[in-house]
Design a protein around this ligand. Structure first.
Ligand code: LLP
Length: 391
């Protein structure tokens, strides 16, 4: 099932805006549920950082998923959308005191703790609140995710997590603190991982670590392997739903869960990436001497991934009826030469006013928008907002 754009409804909406196809999101959620149906131990937490549109959050919460948050604001957004507090995990290298207090008072599932000073602060704040905080230690497994350098997190030189050699001492320390209940280990090696075999070394590393901890008398009720499953940015219509079955199978095969132990996943991009597009209008077709430019009313303030990570998003002219093709640099209006969505892209000949979709923009699109150049933030609309009678 690939995205169908309600182009008639688009005509009444100011561009640029994000469009979220809720039928595709529902199909994606159903596939995740199908692929984990036989594993009562598997728990998927949606990585809220990928997209906080309230309708999407509500649909994901209604489907029974937990949430993975990285700020107090995200914890609040998740709870407002209906995610039960005890299914919220809270990660991040720099949690402020108010954020920790919020998590403790809400009774979240666990904090993913990234340093020893953070563990001490959580212990202190939990004791002051008369509670015990559930904690998973984030371990940096030193596994190469083979993805873009800016979104690799599991290598030693990253700021994330505790080093493996410090893990036993950290686990003992956590076990000795009265305000802390150590519930597990947490890992995340990076994002947009296209080859699921990349997760095999992670599983093997975790198996070793578990054995070492058990030898030291420490057993843990849960493991959390983070997120990272990639999406097909080049072929959003052929692969609208990622291969969740293949992904979960890797963990089923390679990770040795103990009886009663739960396994947590924090998936963001793979859940919402393909259901979203940034919809923009062609402002001008500029005929340069060597190139033609399609100048859009969307820029990197609306979708920063191409400028920041050299990311590819398919671009589709939704309204041109031309059979003639032209080759364009597709650019935005921002006063910076990095404001380019595509170089040398062949599309049906474009005209002022054409509607253009930048595909696969449901994850890390709207949430990363900025108001640089005093530009208004783009709005997000779902199928339900634009076509209330559609379903
Ligand atoms: N868990 C942790 C600890 C994370 O740091 C992340 C993403 C996730 C889960 C979710 O990963 P996913 O399933 O979405 O790959 N802005 C970048 C991506 C940054 C990802 C940051 N961490 C982009 O636009 O590609």
């Amino acid at each position: 099932m690939s995205t169908e754009f309600p182009i008639g409804a688009f005509q009444h909406v100011a561009t640029p805006f994000y469009y979220y196809d809720t039928a595709l999101l529902r199909a994606t959620l159903a596939e995740i549920k199908r692929a984990t149906a036989d594993d009562a131990a598997f728990h998927v937490h949606y990585a809220v950082k990928a997209n906080v549109n309230p309708t999407l959050l509500r649909l994901i919460a209604e489907a029974g998923f937990g949430a993975d948050c990285v700020s107090g604001g995200e914890v609040k957004a998740a709870m407002a959308a209906g995610f039960p507090a005890d299914q919220i995990v809270f990660a991040g290298v720099g949690k402020s005191d108010w954020e920790i207090r919020l998590g403790i008072e809400a009774g979240i599932h666990s904090f993913n703790v990234e340093s020893m000073p953070e563990l001490a602060v959580i212990n202190d704040l939990a004791l002051r609140a008369g509670r015990r905080a559930r904690v998973a230690l984030r371990i940096n497994p030193n596994v190469d995710a083979h993805t873009h350098a800016n979104i690799t997190t599991g290598l030693n030189e990253n700021k994330f997590g505790l080093a493996m050699e410090d893990m036993e001492a950290a686990a003992k320390e956590a076990g000795s603190l009265p305000g802390i209940e150590l519930v597990g280990l947490h890992f995340h090696i990076g994002s947009q991982i296209e080859d699921v075999e990349t997760f095999v070394p992670l599983c093997e590393r975790i198996n070793d670590l578990q054995q070492r901890l058990e030898a030291a008398g420490i057993s843990l009720p849960s493991l959390n392997v983070g997120g990272g499953l990639g999406i097909d940015y080049r072929n959003p219509d052929e692969h609208p739903v990622p291969d969740f079955a293949g992904y979960f199978e890797v963990f089923r095969r390679h990770l040795h869960l103990r009886p009663g132990q739960s396994l947590h996943f924090e998936l963001g991009r793979s859940v919402v990436g393909q259901c979203g597009s940034l919809v923009s209008r062609v402002l001008y077709v500029k005929e340069g001497h060597q190139k033609k430019f399609l100048i859009l009313d969307a820029g990197f303030t609306d979708l920063v991934r191409p400028a920041l990570y050299q990311a590819h998003h398919e671009i589709e002219n939704l309204t041109s009826r031309e059979s003639r093709k032209e080759t364009y640099d597709v650019v935005g209006p921002i006063c910076e030469s990095s404001d380019v969505f595509a170089h040398g892209l062949t599309l049906p000949a474009g005209h002022r006013g054409d509607l253009v979709a930048l595909r696969s923009a449901g994850a890390y699109g709207e949430v990363m928008a900025s108001s640089y150049n005093c530009r208004p933030l783009p709005k997000g609309y779902t199928t339900e907002d634009l076509c209330p009678d559609a379903e």
